[in-house]
Design a protein around this ligand. Structure first.
Ligand code: TYD
Length: 135
């Protein structure tokens, strides 16, 4: 069983010169091979996104632009994490409930995913998520 202690910030290496920053994600930067990339944009600031856990998917969430808050929850403990740096990724292992809210205007939320999209591996009901943790 995963706990929110296995949720972690990954620093994405960056190169800086007078022309600005360049951040690079390579095979060794993140703990899984990327199967899919998706992103949220034009998100109204009163929107709630996420609200699910995954049976198989590991994710990295990056605030490519702007800011938002991610709430991670292992069924026992919750943590609220503000993401606002394009060179930081939030690693979320499988079976952690996540919610995303308080999007700033212009925020872009990039997600690197370890699996192809499969609705069957989502847990979208919090009560089911908690029950599943009980085994
Ligand atoms: P949803 O899971 O509700 O987004 P969030 O992560 O913000 O909770 O997904 C919104 C819709 O997009 C839903 O109908 C499923 C669809 N979708 C895809 O078709 N492919 C994907 O890779 C993802 C992540 C979602």
């Amino acid at each position: 069983m995963n706990t929110i202690q296995s949720v972690k910030i990954i620093n994405i290496p960056k190169v800086h010169d007078e022309r600005g920053y360049l951040a690079v994600i390579e095979k060794d930067t993140i703990p899984f091979p990327i199967k899919r990339v998706y992103y949220l944009y034009d998100v109204p600031n009163d929107s709630f996104r996420g609200g699910h856990a995954h049976k198989n998917q590991e994710s990295i969430i990056i605030a490519l632009s702007g800011s938002f808050e991610v709430i991670v929850d292992d069924g026992k403990r919750k943590q609220r994490i503000m993401l606002n740096k394009p060179n930081q990724g939030l690693y979320i292992p499988i079976q952690i409930w996540r919610e995303i809210e308080n999007f700033s205007s212009g925020a872009v939320c990039l997600v690197l995913a370890s699996t192809n999209y499969d609705e069957n591996e989502y847990i979208r009901e919090y009560s089911k998520f908690c029950n599943q943790l009980l085994g």
